[in-house]
Design a protein around this ligand. Structure first.
Ligand code: FAD
Length: 310
């Protein structure tokens, strides 16, 4: 049995495990893939005090840091079911895909999220070679260049406004016949002179040259006509999906499937905390996930000292 069991080994989970272990309490971390989204990231320039690093480098640094402490790391373990403690202060159970079961007095859920992909030819091939998902992260790499933003919801329109201040030109492509973002955002976007808005546009292919994105093809859904745009970058903003399917019905989730947390990272179940991209915390970033993981861990410790039966 653990006192703190962390599910998920991204920045949130790594931070939670380190903070728990430093309290001298028995700590475990089970992750499908240690490192999480960071493993898929190229350059990282916004982790404060580290001006530049790369995903795999940061993952190995996180792992080394966790290994400084007595943490039971269970990598390549997928959690499939949460069974909350029968009584407050009791043991929560997490069932793993391999059939095993882990028990802990507190849980920290940090299973992160994944960007919804367009699923068109070229998208996977040119990922990190012009195809990007995070404007806060990769926007500055396209300074003065031409980019497209796919998706006219709030995140797409916010991304387009943000990028318009950095890049040379932004084309926003919305699938529906109108953007779905809040009117105030749409108005702001329309006021920018280096932005073009295309509605009823269905992206059909990411086109590349010499190993990098050189354009995209889309179909005008009203006329059926095919079009090509030359550009250097494509920001896909059609949704961030939290990895919380396994928790449905057992814990309170938002309408977007995010684990609802308060400012102490408490969930709807006493003794179960959550942190990072899987939660309702606004702004999904490495530095924020790390802070949230630390916060969740301190809350778990606080819970333990208030509920120590033995
Ligand atoms: P994640 O990193 O998503 O980690 C989730 C963890 O949970 C993983 O270990 C995963 O395997 C595990 N997991 C999932 N489901 C289960 C399950 N059922 N059972 C067990 N384990 C499970 N942010 C920045 O700040 N700067 C950047 O430059 C930057 N660039 C990015 C580039 C790309 C391509 C992407 C995709 C994201 C980028 N981000 C960047 C965002 C950043 O990576 C995330 O905000 C951050 O990784 C979230 O951390 P997390 O720990 O909450 O979740």
């Amino acid at each position: 049995d653990f006192e703190v069991l962390v599910i998920g080994g991204g920045p949130a989970g790594a931070a939670a495990a380190i903070y728990a272990a430093r309290k001298g309490i028995s700590t475990g971390i089970a992750a499908e893939r240690f490192g999480g989204q960071v493993s898929d990231t190229m350059g990282i320039e916004n982790l404060i005090s580290v001006p530049y690093t790369e995903g795999p480098k940061l993952v190995s640094a996180m792992e080394q840091h966790v290994n400084e402490y007595e943490v039971d790391i269970m990598n390549m373990q997928r959690a499939e079911k949460l069974i909350p403690a029968a009584q407050p202060g009791g043991l929560h159970e997490v069932k793993l895909a391999n059939g095993a079961s882990l028990k802990s007095r507190t849980l920290i859920l940090s299973t992160g999220a994944r960007w919804r992909q367009m699923g068109v030819p070229g998208e996977e091939e040119y990922r990190n070679k012009g195809v990007a998902y995070c404007p806060h992260c990769d926007g500055p790499l396209f300074k003065g260049k031409r980019v497209a933003v796919i998706g006219g919801g709030n995140s797409g329109v916010e991304a387009a406004i943000d990028l318009a201040g950095i890049v040379g030109h932004v084309t926003l492509i919305e699938f529906g016949d109108q953007m779905r973002a809040d009117e105030v955002l749409q108005k702001k976007l329309r006021s920018l002179d280096n932005v073009k808005i295309i509605t009823s546009g269905q992206t059909t292919e990411v086109v590349g040259e010499n190993g990098r994105v050189s354009g995209l093809n889309y179909t005008d859904r009203t006329t059926g006509e095919a079009h090509h745009i030359e550009l250097e970058g494509i920001f896909v903003q059609i949704g961030l999906v939290p990895n919380t399917e396994w928790l449905k019905g057992d814990i309170e989730l938002s309408q977007h499937g995010e684990i609802i947390v308060n400012d102490r990272n408490e969930t709807s179940i006493p003794g179960v905390f959550a942190a990072g991209d899987a939660t309702t915390v606004p702004y999904k970033q490495i530095v924020i996930s790390m802070g949230e993981g630390a916060k969740a861990s301190l809350s778990a410790f606080d819970f333990l000292i208030r509920n120590s039966a033995q």
